[in-house]
Design a protein around this ligand. Sequence first.
Ligand SMILES: [Zn+2]
Length: 457
Amino acid sequence: MQAQLKEILERDGIWTAVQDYVSTRSSDHTTISDILDGEEYRKLKEPGGFLADKNNITFSLFTDGIPLFQSSKVSLWPVYMILNELPPKQRFTRKNMVLWGIWQGCGKPQMNMFLRPLVEDLSQLFQRGIEVNIQQTEIRTRAMMIVATMDLQARAYVLQMTQHNGEHGCLYCLEPGKVVKSGKGNCRSYPYRDVDPEPRTKENIKSDAQEAIASGKRVHGINSESVLSCLPYFDVTTNVVIDYMHGILLGILKKLMSLWFDSKNSKEPFYIGKRVDEVDSIIKTIQPPYFLRRLPRKINGNYNHWKASEFRSWLLYFSLPALQNILPDIYLTHYSLLVEGTFILLGEGISEADLRRADLLLRTFVRNLNLLYRDSIVGLNAHNLIHLTRCVRMWGPLWAWSCFVFRVLQWRNKEVHSWYWKCLQADILVPSVPEKGRGNGSSMQRRPTQRLLPVYD
Ligand SMILES: [Zn+2]
């Protein structure tokens, strides 16, 4: 990781771009346009803070499990880091990202074992930093990982928590949720409360983890301590954020569309499946904004296979005009709360008034969700909306730390696999942890630095 970071920082113009971008941030602190304007980021710049030294930098971390090939049982878990102080255009290009490592194997990695070397690397970068040569001058730069983004499933594994359908699945508060009927089975629902549940803190998570380890039983949804808590500066309730791509687009929005268009709901007042062709033809007539690279395909027969970017275009630009006079007014008005709330939090120049409005819109959306639809729709993704504005206040707009930054979904077949093979050649792949009854990983455990070959089932 140090070598990759050094190579990036010493590349022509990168160090200057970092310094320029940081120095041009507005000092009025009244609006939020990027992660550098977030409340928590600005705290680091205060006298005595980590970023008071202008040579220091910060990372955001992203990880997710993806299948090695379609329908493969073998999955890859890449861990990427991006440099927050680069201007967005450079920040999100592939050549400026650090690929810390990739785990491969059946199922999921034992996260604490997988991420322990990462925590060691990050500790070294935080304490000692690295020397970089910028225009014949040696500069010492230290780095800190300030944001970690992942979907709910990965987050539960990484943070040693219960999954999103378990009791106390929220990372930010102690709402236990309740079990409700969903189809032929059950699921967990998080009812909206006028007074927010007690928040989680670094301290109460640590004490729950210690109690869980001692008793062998989960406490408030916590199974054990996450290796990330070994980073002295890291507080999971602050530094782990909610990814809107998974939570809103592939979560809530997709669920709403299945309620509206799936014939299973034909008796419901919100069902509009019979008018789906009408909606599709309205979309066709809309002149899209010039910056949209991907227009949504037809809803009819397709929306279940939409990519996240299609859901994003539909949410922000097409859905409200297309659903007007088709979705009953009360449902359309309610849905528009989600559209506007998300739109505000994706913006540039988000003011305090914008933050308050977005929070109100999203809370009103959640409060009415089960009244208009059903209890089962208020899962953890919907509940997270009450915590979303806080994430933006702390770390800037949703786009600055969403999983979109890696276009991971588009990389599955190309980039990740090509990087995977490069990693094999470079010996930077993290060894697979053997599962019970599987022999193929045991040799790797004994010889963790040996080159790992892919396992095909
Ligand atoms: Zn919560």
